[in-house]
Design a protein around this ligand. Structure first.
Ligand SMILES: Cc1cc2nc3c(=O)[nH]c(=O)nc-3n(C[C@H](O)[C@H](O)[C@H](O)COP(=O)(O)OP(=O)(O)OC[C@H]3O[C@@H](n4cnc5c(N)ncnc54)[C@H](O)[C@@H]3O)c2cc1C
Length: 371
């Protein structure tokens, strides 16, 4: 399509910052740049009709790691790294709440729980055993015990006697959060263009030529916030990880409130009003789920349905209302990548399964490395 003089002038000329991706990270980076450079021209390019990766697809856990995840992370990261990560997630959540307000994101501090299947004796024993130690290393941050044993009062089936409760965990409405973020970006005079895929770029030292298929324009700086789609950009440092989700119709007399983790974080569920959202199962077929294609597979969907029927809702009548998937960005470290790729090109990617918490902070860090 041929663009008019006006279109070229207003949308594509004198761009100071072009940001690729309108997820949590891209929008927070844009807002931070606006704070620092009130007069700048900021353009966000998004390949989807809506943000189309993880930020509008997620489960809305405002969490910073279940006890088994923290124990697992300690096996591949130093204690300092793990505590730093938890701290960043916690700070990120505070930043998100401050920026958008608890009402706008429907923040509900119901707490979070980890449950353990009867068959998972070893993980259960390890978590109970290490609980005092994990509380100890997190105490400087929370000034209180984070994890505590609690008897199951939700009537789950096939699980160990105790759940592990975390009063600091909460849930948000993901759709409300992303809409509030998009509205804030527009209010801050940030231009957002949807259905624009950045196909390549060329850093010319004085600026960056940003290519959108047939068309290109120049920006002074280019920031990638493309998370699960950043494999090539990071030379394999980020791998896509699809996550499948189901949600039920409203369930009569549902007495489950909170966010719940199962099987070392591979499954997660929560109430949304009187519905249950359940996601996970990537571990059933890592190869198939290492993809940027949205979709469902029989093996994962069957497992989600089995968990709903046998563990989570054994005493309820319910129907599955809807199914979807999203694409996360993971790698061999839980630490996100925030780095400069060339003179004028930067990225903030690899948010893993906790971008709701850490995304605001990573967006901010990404903006802050751009000079
Ligand atoms: C099913 C699911 C459940 C989750 N649950 C939780 C949870 O409960 N709590 C939590 O903290 N985290 C959760 N996460 C993870 C969290 O959603 C992500 O970590 C976070 O949204 C990542 O944000 P982002 O902005 O980095 O990436 P994204 O939201 O994926 O944004 C990247 C954007 O870049 C766009 N893009 C990519 N390539 C291009 C291109 N070439 N040109 C233009 N645009 C491009 C994509 O369309 C996308 O919109 C979940 C993720 C999924 C998928």
């Amino acid at each position: 399509m041929q663009l008019s003089y006006w279109e070229l002038k207003n949308w594509f000329t004198n761009i100071d910052y072009a940001i690729v991706g309108s997820g949590i990270v891209g929008l927070h980076a844009a807002l931070r740049l606006r704070e620092k450079f009130p007069e700048s021209k900021i353009l966000v390019l998004e390949k989807g009709m809506l943000p189309q990766g993880a930020s509008t697809k997620n489960a809305g856990f405002a969490c910073f790691g279940s006890i088994s995840e923290i124990i697992d992370d300690l096996k591949s990261h130093s204690e300092e790294e793990v505590v730093n990560l938890v701290q960043k997630r916690w700070q990120g959540l505070q930043l998100l709440r401050k920026r958008l307000g608890d009402e706008a994101i429907d923040f509900r501090p119901h707490g979070g729980y980890e449950l353990f299947l009867k068959s998972d004796d070893s993980c259960y024993a390890e978590c109970l055993n290490k609980l005092p130690f994990i509380n100890e290393i997190l105490k400087p941050l929370f000034k209180a015990d984070v994890f505590a044993k609690q008897v199951d009062r939700f009537d789950f089936k096939g699980i160990q006697d105790y759940l592990i409760f975390n009063p600091f965990e909460a849930q948000i409405d993901t759709g409300n959060m992303m809409q509030a973020l998009l509205k804030e970006a527009v209010a801050q005079n940030i231009l957002i263009l949807n259905q624009q895929t950045v196909s390549s770029y060329s850093d010319t030292k004085n600026g960056v030529e940003v290519v959108l298929g047939e068309f290109s324009f120049v920006a002074k700086k280019l920031l990638f916030a493309t998370n699960g789609f950043a494999n090539a950009l990071t030379n394999g440092g980020v791998k896509p990880a699809r996550a499948q989700v189901v949600i039920t119709e409203p369930i009569a007399n549902l007495d489950i409130k909170g966010t719940f983790h199962l099987d070392r974080g591979y499954y997660y569920f929560r109430n949304i009003g009187d519905r249950i959202l359940l996601g996970g199962g990537r571990n059933l077929d890592f190869d198939a789920e290492t993809t940027t294609e949205f979709g469902q597979t029989e093996i994962v969907q069957n497992k989600l349905e089995q968990l709903l029927k046998e563990v989570i809702l054994p005493n309820h009548e319910y129907q599955i209302a809807h199914r979807w998937s999203g694409i996360m960005g993971i790698g061999n470290s839980k630490k996100p990548i925030v780095s400069q790729l060339s003179d004028n090109v930067y990225c903030g990617v690899r948010l893993g399964g906790m971008g709701v918490a850490i995304g605001s902070l990573i967006g901010q860090e990404l903006a802050d490395i751009v000079v």
